[in-house]
Design a protein around this ligand. Sequence first.
Ligand code: SAH
Length: 404
Amino acid sequence: MTIKSATSRPSYPQVVLQRGRDKNIRARHPWVFSGAIASVKGEPALGETVEVRSEHGDLLGMGAWSPQSQIQVRLWAVGRATIDRAFFAEKIQAALQQRQSLGISARNTAYRVLNAESDSLPGVVVDKFGDWLIMQALTAGAEHWKHVIAELLMEQLACKGVYERSDVEIRKKEGLSTTTGLLLGEMPPAFIDILEEGRHYRVDVLNGHKTGFYLDQRDNRTAVEHYAQGRTVLNCFSYTGGFSIAALKGGAIKAINIDASQPALDLAAQAAQLNGFNPEQMDNIQGDVFQLLRQYRDEGRQFDLIILDPPKFAENKSQIEKAARGYKDINLLGFRLLKPNGLLFTFSCSGLMDSNLFQKIVADAAVDAGCDAQIIRKLDQASDHPTRLAFPEGYYLKGLICQK
Ligand code: SAH
């Protein structure tokens, strides 16, 4: 008779790597590509936990199985771990403590609670907006555990509900369909008002972009606030006016938002009211930035501070060249429309566009615009969107403040 020890570990299917393909994981990179896998022992289901072993059978880590993706395993843990409720409780607690230690949760009613791989939870993105949490489950592993994670979040953060916004195409690569809906607790209201470093914003968590608001630009909005005094501001790709509210709070004379989305601009106008600004200080123009910048150039209009925060121009490597042309085009126009000593805040949120290439494109644009501008500061994503050192792919948002 065999007596099973009470402490026996759950047994997991095993993914065995090709010879020499253990290096990345030993360097704590959390992805295992299909080409690195020699064999799979057992029949793991989509999102189920597997052990990752070297060719010699060394246990390298525990991860989530995603057979349809090119990244077939995403690691939850390096080395041996039991992947269960207690495991996720610990990761969530660590992430919350980090936000607290940086003062982010004290100064903001909205912040990123879980930033996927960089918080050791691949595919799990959670943003807090007031009393609600908005979650994106981007991968098979995140999908498998999302209800447990939602319960733990409700326990650890006194909030009213967790709503899912997994309406993202990237899920299709994981064999998952897109989905939205309430995961736990009460349904969020249509709009949630948030406070960010003293600035008020209105967020559409149900239908807005991503989880509703670009929290990653928080520190850069604060930078705009710092430099805005007495300036006229043109905020291109404004979405709900994030940068313009910061500019007006910093003493800008006037801010003009341009965006393709009328609902986003309506929220910008409401945010101006929430902050007590005179409505005449903000113009909201629905249109195409590429066209309007040309029109303003032809009309000879000039501004003291211009923000260029376009959507991702490159979704994959084959689009980088086209993206580069897009960045060059708007930055050239941006420099032309700047007054002498004016400031250009220019951003790229394409992870595939590296910082050096982006800087080179902006430099070329300045040359073509006939100006000898300087970089006065470099910007990146806010500190609640950290980048794990072992996971450089987590770094995507970069910006330059250039002065003409
Ligand atoms: N700066 C914003 C985020 C910008 S996201 C913030 O800090 O909140 C990119 C925005 O560009 C989206 O709101 C989208 O509606 C808009 N957009 C995309 N292409 C556009 C175009 N060609 N012209 C104008 N707006 C565009």
